[in-house]
Design a protein around this ligand. Sequence first.
Ligand code: SF4
Length: 280
Amino acid sequence: MREVSVSRISEALCQMFIEANRELSEDLEQCIRRSPQQESNPLGKSILQDICENLDAARQLNLPICQDTGMAVVFAEIGQEVHLTGGSFEQAVNEGVRRGYVEGLLRCSVVSDPLRRINTEDNTPAVLHTRIVPGDKVTLTACPKGFGSENMSRLKMFTPAADPRQIVDFVTETVRIAGGNPCPPLVLGVGIGGDFELCAQLAKKALCRPLDEPNSDPYYRQLEEDMLKAVNELKVGPQGFGGDVTALAVNIEPYATHIAGLPVAVNVGCHVTRHKKITI
Ligand code: SF4
């Protein structure tokens, strides 16, 4: 049994949320830097150039890329041969989030109750998804999720008779309804299968797959390409002002489902779809 102190988890998450908010992952940054050449609308091109300048400014000034520093989503994969010591795992996760947002001077956007809406002032609690996996490592993925894009996300329970074309139409309809609200160009995470709640979680997990890592299943790789093409044909464009670059990527995460159902969830990610992953 390998011992891992929960203080290491707090420390790691603190740093990860600060860094994820200041610098995009290399794969997404490269996509954004290439995008002005792919845009024919002069206004869209100029917006994409502004987005590139904003990335440079955030890096030089050590500031967040966006004012919405997100709700703190954490995926944790804990090896079953790990013994976590020194306190509660969930408290350690929230301590890492608290320190990251307070010490990193990141905007605190979380309210303690969805209806009474009092700000917790430290961006806790996190949304935590934990899996027990083989091995003696702890893998953490930190995703600060902005709600301009989160609010545009949708889930639909299709019948099993639905064909892939209908799923592509649902994804494009989601982007059309969203318009400029989720700050395009977008990254779309699509969950297909599972049950109601797992499907939404799959969509969020899909947003964390690096954009330069192709889907390992050629069937879904093709479906991702079809969705990306259909979404870009909408011509919503950068920030919704029209143009060719509406989305940068579509990532699908499938899972087994029931014979009587076909859940599909679209988690809309903006041009600052942030995530950072480490293994302890
Ligand atoms: S949707 Fe994304 S880019 Fe727009 S305000 Fe929210 S975090 Fe920032």
